[in-house]
Write a protein that binds this ligand. Structure first.
Ligand SMILES: Cc1ccc(CCc2c3nc[nH]c3cc3c(=O)[nH]c(N)nc23)cc1
Length: 374
């Protein structure tokens, strides 16, 4: 089978690598940041704007779209790409994580996750088979297996029980995917809680199934940064280098840099879009918040080094005015800037690895980060 992942260049000093991930809807350069489009929309932006910022793959959510408007409706409307007018790649999460973090009265059974909709309280049982059926209805390009996202903190015995249940669900997910995959890709997800031996064990089991790529799950769930890195290293140590690695829910620019150094290829995080709506903006020298009065009269753009539409046309004073006045335009302008920042940051990482200058890029990032506030 032609490989769906090609490594172009590896960093000699670290585990960083840059390459290409091929789906039926296009080529994705890695390491890649995937904007979150939970309910079939990257909040406040049109698909043309998201694509114009350089995104080539976005995320959507099985849990949300199953509950509303329903995967059968989306299938009748030609699938998610047609429905939301996004012709490029889409990765759908299986719904496991969202059931735990959003649904009411979630009960984990052997068969699947039983929960009540956070919208109308109706009860459902999300099984590995149903999750794959929903993702087939959405016709996404990369489909995630159904897993249990182990809470933090969690006892060793509970983490072991949920990890082994996850492995059984992933086997069922893979079998269900094989019945109805239509050239999509399927990724496994490692768990193991915050226990190194369980992390290695889970990665070994998942690596032995026949997935196209491997996600590291159960992290970015409130654990300290150092613990996340420790568990990430334990998981990566047992995953094959030739398949893409996806660290779910990560993260800040610093977390992404640290994970890229250890060989992670794919990232997703709500930070750029969610912070945009809260008035928090990323810059090459740290974050700024429009809530701070110091920007009231500040004529400079968010980031003088940034070439995005927002920084080329608007001042901090104007953006702060819009934010304080509750003008909806600011959510769009802030999202354009934050997504541009993240996508440019990833292009900088790929370019540095290609030129053998990743270590330098990382050092420069940390130096800039310490700079006095902007
Ligand atoms: C639209 C969309 C949003 C978010 C996600 C990733 C959501 C996400 C996590 N986010 C933070 N930590 C996370 C851990 C897990 C996990 O262990 N398993 C799964 N299936 N998803 C996770 C996927 C799709």
């Amino acid at each position: 089978m032609a490989s769906i992942f090609q490594i172009e260049k590896k960093c000699p000093q670290t585990g960083a690598r840059t390459g290409f991930l091929f789906t039926r809807r296009g080529v994705i350069e890695t390491p890649v940041f995937m904007p979150v489009g939970t309910q079939a929309s990257v909040k406040t932006l049109t698909p043309e704007e998201v694509s114009g910022l350089g995104a080539r793959i976005i995320l959507a959510n099985t849990y949300h779209l199953f509950l509303r408007p329903g995967h059968e409706l989306i299938a009748r409307h030609g699938g998610l790409h047609r429905f939301m007018n996004w012709p490029r790649s889409i990765l759908t999460d299986s719904g496991g994580y969202q059931v735990f973090s959003l649904a009411k009265l979630c009960k984990i059974e052997e068969e699947g996750a039983r929960f009540q909709s956070h919208l109308d309280g109706q009860e459902y049982l999300l099984t590995p088979e149903l999750s794959m059926e929903i993702q087939a209805g959405l016709d996404s390009d990369i489909r995630m297996v159904l897993d249990t996202c182990i809470p933090y903190p969690c006892s060793y015995d509970e983490a072991k029980r949920l990890t082994e249940l996850t492995h059984r669900w992933e086997k069922r997910s893979l079998l269900a995917w094989q019945k109805n995959h239509r050239e999509s890709l399927v990724f496994g997800i490692t768990q193991g809680g915050m226990f190194e031996d369980l992390r290695r064990y889970s990665a070994r089991v998942i690596a032995n199934f026949d997935f196209h790529g491997h996600a590291i799950g159960g992290l970015s769930v409130g654990e300290p940064h150092d613990l996340m890195i420790e568990m990430l290293e334990a998981s990566l140590s047992e995953l094959p280098e030739e398949k893409p690695r996806y660290l779910m829910g990560v993260g800040t620019p610093q977390d992404i840099l640290e994970a890229v150094s250890r060989g992670v290829d794919m990232f997703d995080c709500v930070l750029p879009t969610r912070n945009a709506r809260r008035g928090t903006l990323f810059t090459s020298f740290g974050k700024i918040s429009l809530k701070q009065s110091r920007y009231k009269d500040d004529e400079r753009p968010i980031d003088p080094e940034c070439q995005c539409y927002t920084c080329r046309n608007y001042s901090r004073a104007y953006l702060r005015h819009l934010f304080m006045a509750g003008e909806l335009l600011v959510y769009r302008l802030n999202t354009i800037h934050n997504l541009h920042f993240y996508l440019c940051f990833m292009e900088g990482i790929r370019d540095a690895i290609r030129k053998g200058r990743f270590e330098e890029f990382k050092k420069h990032y940390y130096e800039r980060k310490e700079e006095s506030e902007c």
